[in-house]
Design a protein around this ligand. Structure first.
Ligand SMILES: [Fe+2]
Ligand SMILES: [Fe+2]
Length: 332
């Protein structure tokens, strides 16, 4: 049976202070609905105003959320189709994309600030090429822009774009480290560097909306359920399958970033040769970024200590990638 969607006036969301307790959809066509805001995320008032200024007056919940919606808004909860003032529904898809483009500048600024902060956390006390930093910043910013221009299915990511958000911080941090490592390992292959950086940026997209990040506006991740954790590579792959402009290799990285060369990883316990090389780079970048982040699960480690720990975990990470990382920090 197909889902039934119930309309409500967008302006009621302006009164909501807490996180959403239901998914919110926008209608793009007669039978076509796009998930705009996910349950668990907070309302971004500025983006809400932008939707309203574009003439979007009516949003939808699915039939199953009717009771919880009524409980949240009480007597204010009125279900009625509010006619779209400016144009016919077909144009809404274009409008959503326009909103994405209008957000790019703000997103770029936040990403740039985050990039510097991540570089400081990751490479504190290490001499690195400033040209590398500039190029890295440019690449990471490009990924953000690319995603914003393809907002279908990635509303979760949009909702997390905030310099104080662990999800955004971690994405930028893993991307930077992946690009750095890739430049050392494949100095003449710009395409691979870019693919690896983008894979690093998107590696955990399958966790978006799972609850790990949504309710944590401060740099502090919450532990998600084991089931959601185990499924996030597959969910990420699925989420990206319909996003244009994301190369196939990037999807492979997202799917494989928790595989381990010794076969102890997931979801497929892939052994050595079956593992795409950039996936191994992102796996190392993911591990180190998590260990040195200023507010990760527990207290942060010094990069040198974190690398020594990774070097000691024989077989779990690619040795060539680990050596490249150790070289950056002058560890022998
Ligand atoms: Fe992950
Ligand atoms: Fe991660």
């Amino acid at each position: 049976m197909s889902t039934i969607y119930i309309p409500f006036n967008i302006s009621i969301l302006k009164t909501l202070k807490d996180a959403l307790e239901f998914d919110v959809y926008v209608r793009l066509g007669k039978e076509k609905f796009l998930l705009l805001m996910r349950k668990g995320s907070r309302i971004d008032q500025e983006r809400l105003d932008l939707y309203i200024s574009k003439g979007i007056t009516c949003l939808y919940i699915d039939n199953n959320s009717k009771d919880v919606f009524t409980a949240v808004f009480k007597e204010k909860a009125v279900f009625e189709e509010v006619p779209d003032k400016s144009a016919e529904v077909e144009n809404l898809e274009k409008k959503i994309e326009e909103i994405g483009s209008e957000n790019i500048k703000e997103i770029e600024e936040k990403t740039e600030a985050l990039t510097e902060r991540c570089i400081n956390d990751l490479f504190y006390g290490v001499e690195i090429n400033t040209e590398h930093i500039r190029n890295t910043t440019r690449l990471v910013k490009n990924y953000m822009s690319l995603l914003v221009l393809a907002p279908k299915n990635i509303s979760e990511l949009l909702n997390s774009i905030d310099e104080n958000h662990y999800f955004h911080y971690h994405s930028v941090s893993v991307s930077i480290t992946s690009i750095f490592l890739s430049r050392i390992l494949s100095p003449d292959n710009e395409r691979i560097q870019s693919i690896t950086g983008m894979g690093g940026f998107l590696h955990d997209i399958g966790k978006a909306g799972s609850g790990e990040h949504d309710l944590n506006p401060v740099l502090k991740p919450k532990i998600i359920s084991t089931e959601a954790y185990v499924k996030h590579p597959e969910r990420g792959l699925k989420l990206l399958s319909s996003v244009e402009n994301v190369p196939e290799e990037v999807k492979i990285i997202v799917y494989q970033h928790h595989e381990r060369p010794d076969g102890t990883g997931f979801p497929n316990s892939l052994f050595n040769v079956k593992l795409y090389y950039p996936s191994r780079v992102v796996a190392v970048a993911n591990a180190i970024s998590k260990m040195v982040a200023k507010h990760p699960f527990g207290k942060e480690m010094k990069p040198k200590d974190a690398i020594s720990e990774l070097l000691a975990s024989k077989g779990a990470f690619d040795s060539k990638v680990l050596q490249a990382l150790a070289k950056v920090y002058n560890i022998r």
